[in-house]
Design a protein. Sequence first.
Length: 358
Amino acid sequence: MPDFMSEESIPEFVQPGGFPVSVPNAIMLGIESSCDDTSIAVMKGDVVLSQFTAAQHIHSKYGGVVPEFASRAHQKHILPVLNGALERAGCALSDLNGIAYTRGPGLNGSLLVGSAFARSLAWSLNLPMWPVHHMRAHVLAHWISGGDAPAEPMMALTVSGGHTQLVDVSSPWDLNVVGTTLDDAAGEAFDKVAKMIGLPYPGGPEVNRLAQEGDRFAFEFTSPQVAGLDFSFSGLKTSVLRTLEKNKEGREKDLKWKKDVCASLQHTIVAILVSRLEKAADRFGRKAIAIQGGVSANSGLRSAIQELGARRGWKVHIPPFQYCTDNGAMIAMSGQFSSMKSKPGGLGDGPLPRWPMT
């Protein structure tokens, strides 16, 4: 048991399914640097005392994340972001009880900056360090105070820029991937189609904005048929491309046309995601469902998940917007759970860009 966890700090478990009422009342630092945002949070128990994030806008010029630029920006931002997070929380480094950081998956250079900084800081302060799996952290964001913390097993859909996963959640420590994308992720499909019609990067938020004013039935795009609970979006992307080739000429500046494309695309992707989530929940007998990850901020997906829950009588969990995209708070939350069940990491725990979720 880590030194900072006294017996009084460990809660009794009274919820079914291994779900805790609370976590240790320790102060955990969470450092996230898996892609293009540097985010650090200070958390006490499950309460976020502060979260400070530095976004990288240079990538919009190139239509996607440039790994070398991302790494250099993390190096530039990470110390000011740490200072900002501590100042907002009213904490000093000496107040911390542990440091959690993203070990993977993600961009190798970005992970290297964050993980090396976190491990060095923890070692210098003689604090336990907790390497965190980025995709598990997205699921565990549901337990951050201020949201509706799960109290029973659930089927969770993680939808981000590079990942689409169905995760059967028996407890915060027992997460089992039961479905994943075979090619492009949903977030990639949004971004790539947005680029096709001349929208700026990142394209997902732009598609969501324009879709709200478009006709979702204007275009009929192909929904790939995949066996089991897996996903495929490459065929959808090709279907959109072929449709645009027939309809794009002279439409580059036609805003209504772009709105209709966005609405039809969003309608198709959301329908695929929701149908798979419902199928998975039925297969595993879950009466609670959840979405998380950057694409869970999409208004169409949020509405569709709420409608599914109402129709089936299921409990629905959707994180607040600030915990949908990559953020330090979800890393700190994962660190709190890790401190209850796992041994701390070590200085030799280098980044794992392709770390499988087990």
